[in-house]
Write a protein that binds this ligand. Structure first.
Ligand code: ADP
Ligand code: MG
Length: 724
């Protein structure tokens, strides 16, 4: 079968498809968290003391002792085996956006040759996968590549069912034998502790006495595309890179805007139901789903949870989504920009901090005292976005997200913070000295209950901001759809910890000098706004004027590519931030820089090779094949004395020649191997290789609009997006 046959037969195959039959759908109460060894299950099968210890661990992060670990391990094994599990695995999150696991059997044999099962506390707590194949940056030198996993007992174990049986999965951290973080979970846990420490301090200064552990929370909205596998199989670029390296824009695109919140195609509905049922079994609270802006694009948002658990659930959600889509004959594309010129996919990370005694500190309260706390935390975020804007940009920097950020449907590559009209005015008034606190702090009452109702009104929401206050949380919108949420959460928690400490230092001085509490807060926030208020922006983030004003007037940075963004990890201020807060040592930080830079370079090199390959072996042959047909028709016509228009033939010849010429240049470019530094290598990818890939694409896409439709080998945009 020739390639073009496979494209057309793909269309035929799909149009003949019936949605999968999901006749047995169980009620939520029957399936909720059935595959999770959560606190409710522990309460059923653990002794009172063991359960108490586990509950404390889940709430405060304090580790359990080895006797408790043995009891928990035994109960966990019995539970898992009753669900059919024969294997267990420590699952961890290496510095790539992936997850990793190594499976071990519960089985051991006794001297009589009988198979018995064993799962001790030490097996539960610590595993030893061979770390050598996971990226570890410069840490490779210090640890001879040995890695250890350790159970993160604040995140519950669960069962994964595959055709190969059931496996008990144990969420774990991954570290070197010298204790360095090799994963995305350790820094997240550490950043949460740093935030807790700084928050406790400032709350005590504010006169709070009963303060339980503070936790960060995360609710992530995940966007994705669904494409039928018959199409995917005919697109080597989608298979290997997750995005189309060629493809002319469709005649019917998203300009009709009829997809957003529109009716969900039946096949997709069936997929969603299956997918969400599985999430429920895994204890992941899937809450909303809807169509997204582009045709074939959708969104799922679980209800928010403690950041550490939410991060694990996010990874599990992405894996479950991909596996379920496969089962339904589709591929879930999590790439940030699978289709050029069409809306890309992001992951809005909704984030707040709070505890059981003070509640959500990013929720404006009903009383003046609560409002003071709110203003402090909100101010701390403003300072963080301003002072560490380049870090926030770096944690969302990937080769894929570069296609999305700064485009006119995604947050700009300039980090600013949106507060909503009312709250922005309040902070500006504080800065202008217009707000004078009274003795009892009563002035803070002013308008804050209105702030609450206004900012919660979706009409007041600014969709063009990369970082927005949305009533009781901040929403980091520039995060990429395929990314782990950990990096962004680590950056947010850590910058908050730093800012809260800065505020505490200042408050202590003001209060020591005899100021009233509320007066001290206003004084410190005024100073904060003088220094950092320029990051507050409520206008249109997509506009030309903003790009100019941000950079030229406000001194904010516009950081367009990953090559420009990642070096922020090496900035002295960022290094000091992570060291001071104990979240990442300088070595851990620089190893992250190396790993991410390498991923960026490798992604672009792979794409460049594939561009050369597709242009040469797929697009060129199809174009020349059709050209020779045209030429033959032309000469036959001439013999018969008929005049045929030869403009298409000429345009095909020109575009084919240009394409081949650019392919040759690109081939030369990717051969270069010696670079002064990693940064120089990244810049080379961004400034030399990518533009050439785009040039090759221009010719390839022009050819798609010239060549006979039935002879075109690659499934077209309109087909992949509309045919389900
Ligand atoms: P929208 O699309 O309007 O932003 P969604 O309902 O799709 O809203 O998603 C909002 C996300 O924010 C959900 O995951 C929700 O659970 C989460 N969320 C709500 N409140 C908080 C909070 N205080 N902290 C963190 N996340 C929150
Ligand atoms: Mg949102």
């Amino acid at each position: 079968m020739s390639a073009n046959d496979s494209r057309l037969s793909a269309i035929n195959a799909i149009t003949a498809l019936e949605p999968m039959d999901l006749s047995s759908t169980d009620p939520l109460s029957k399936i909720w968290a059935t595959d999770v060894f959560n606190l409710a299950k522990m309460e059923e099968c653990l002794s009172k003391n063991a359960f108490k210890a586990m509950k404390k661990t889940a709430q405060t992060g304090v580790a359990i002792d080895s006797a408790t670990a043995d009891i928990v391990a035994a109960a966990m094994k019995d539970w898992a085996m009753s669900k059919g599990a024969k294997f267990f695995s420590h699952i961890f999150y290496p510095m790539t956006n992936a997850t990793a696991e190594k499976h071990d059997g519960f089985i051991i044999t006794n001297p009589e040759g009988n198979a018995i099962t064993e799962f001790t506390g030490s097996l539960l707590i610590k595993g030893e996968p061979d770390g050598s194949s996971f990226p570890n940056g410069s840490l490779r030198m210090t640890n001879a590549a040995r890695g250890y996993t350790a159970w993160d007992s604040t995140s519950p174990a669960y069962i994964i069912h595959t055709a190969n049986g059931a496996t008990l999965m144990i969420p774990s951290v991954f570290m070197s034998w010298t204790g360095e973080a090799l994963d995305k979970k350790i820094p997240l846990l550490r950043s949460n502790s740093a935030m807790n420490k700084a928050a406790q301090r400032v709350l005590r200064i504010m006169g709070e006495t009963d303060i339980t552990t503070l936790n960060s929370s995360c609710g992530a909205e995940q966007e994705y595309f669904l494409v039928d596998n018959n199409f995917i199989n005919a697109r080597p670029d989608l298979i290997q890179t997750g995005r189309t390296l060629f493809g002319a824009p469709p005649a019917k695109g998203q300009q009709f805007d009829d997809h957003y919140f529109g009716a969900i195609p039946e096949r997709v509905q069936v997929f969603m139901q299956d997918f969400e049922d599985q999430l429920y079994r895994l204890g992941i609270p899937a809450k909303t789903h809807h169509n997204e802006v582009a045709p074939g694009q959708f969104e799922i948002a679980p209800y928010y949870e403690a950041a550490n658990v939410a991060a694990d659930h996010q990874q599990l959600l992405m894996t479950t989504m991909k596996n379920t889509a496969k089962k339904h004959g589709m591929t879930a594309l999590l790439h940030e920009k699978p289709f050029a010129g069409v809306n890309g996919s992001g992951k809005h990370v909704n984030w707040s901090v709070g505890n059981s005694t003070q509640g959500n500190l990013l929720d404006p309260g009903d009383t003046p005292e609560k409002n003071l706390n709110f203003l402090i935390f909100c101010g701390a975020v403003i300072r963080g976005v301003h002072k560490y804007g380049s870090l926030l940009r770096a944690v969302i920097a990937t080769a894929a997200n570069d296609h999305r950020l700064g485009a006119n449907e995604a947050p700009p590559a300039i980090l600013s913070v949106y507060l909503g009209d009312q709250l922005e005015k309040l902070f500006k008034d504080i800065q202008a000295g217009k707000i004078k606190p009274t003795k009892n702090g009563g002035v803070m009452d002013l308008g804050l209950s209105q702030v609450l109702s206004f900012t919660r009104d979706p009409g007041d929401r600014n969709r063009t901001s990369p970082f927005a206050f949305t009533g009781n949380r901040f929403e980091f919108r520039a995060v990429g759809s395929s990314q782990s949420v950990s990096g962004p959460l680590v950056a947010m928690n850590t910058m908050l910890a730093d800012s809260l400490d800065w505020i505490s230092d200042k408050l202590e001085v003001e209060i020591a000098s005899g100021k009233e509490q509320s007066e001290a807060v206003v004084t410190v926030l005024k100073e904060l706004m003088d220094l950092h208020g320029s990051a507050v922006f409520g206008g249109d983030g997509y506009s030309e004027e903003w790009h100019k004003e941000a950079v030229e007037v406000r001194g904010l940075k516009n950081i367009p590519t990953t090559a420009d963004a990642l070096p922020a990890f090496l900035e002295p201020e960022v290094k000091e931030l992570f060291e001071r807060t104990g979240v990442l040592s300088p070595l851990e930080l620089s190893s992250r820089y190396e790993v991410y830079a390498e991923q960026y370079i490798e992604t672009i090199m792979l794409e460049a090779k594939l561009v050369i390959d597709l242009a040469t072996t797929s697009i060129y042959p199809a174009s020349i094949g059709y050209l020779s047909e045209l030429l033959l028709a032309g000469s036959t016509a001439q013999e018969m004395g008929i005049e045929l228009d030869d403009s298409i033939a000429k345009n095909i010849a020109t575009a084919s020649n240009t394409m081949l010429k650019d392919v040759e240049v690109l081939k030369g470019l990717i051969e270069k191997e010696e670079f002064e530094s990693t940064e120089a290598h990244m810049q080379y990818c961004a400034k030399e290789i990518r533009p050439l890939m785009d040039l090759v694409r221009v010719s390839g896409d022009a050819l798609e609009t010239l060549v006979d439709d039935t002879a075109w080998p690659l499934p077209k945009y309109s087909e992949m997006m509309f045919i389900k």
